[in-house]
Design a protein around this ligand. Structure first.
Ligand SMILES: [Zn+2]
Length: 156
């Protein structure tokens, strides 16, 4: 997976093809009820425990007319089965997430030192990503700052 992340910065199309090939063993097409595959994840994403927004009737975009989410979930429309991508285990879930990210063409940032996938706009790992990589890079920065710049011999 690290190789795919590294490749994504240089050649996104090849990284996507490689990720599809790796993920094929872990992913398959299936179906699930709209309520559990779409409505509940959307509700958690929009109105999770740390969010204080008032709940809006987002289920109406799926054709469900109900005053509350509790009323929308048991509706017959919410029991319709929709096509979903299923993943085997944690590795399959990680490949599914990586594929989704590559397909959305979001830039995948990788640490320039170790190749670990990074979040945000960082160029290198920080202490929360990989403490060893972070410490090694800081030591290198410190060593570089102590070494006087080398001068090129003058040609005369
Ligand atoms: Zn790193």
């Amino acid at each position: 997976m690290r190789a795919v992340v590294r490749q994504a910065t240089a050649d996104p199309a090849a990284a996507l093809a490689s990720a599809r090939a790796h993920a094929a063993a872990f992913l398959f097409e299936g179906d699930a009820p709209l309520a559990s595959a779409s409505l509940l994840p959307k509700a958690i994403e929009l109105y999770g425990p740390r969010k204080s927004e008032p709940v809006r009737a987002f289920w109406e975009s799926d054709g469900i007319i109900a005053p509350t989410l509790s009323d929308a979930l048991p509706a017959p429309e919410a029991k319709q089965r929709i096509q979903v991508t299923c993943a085997w285990g944690g590795i399959g879930s990680l490949w599914a997430l990586r594929l989704a990210r590559l397909e959305e063409a979001r830039p995948v940032r990788a640490c320039a030192s170790c190749g670990r996938a990074l979040t945000g706009r960082k160029k290198f790992c920080d202490a929360t990503d990989d403490a060893a990589c972070c410490a090694a890079r800081r030591a290198e920065d410190k060593r570089r700052s102590r070494t006087p710049p080398t001068r090129k011999p003058r040609r005369g």
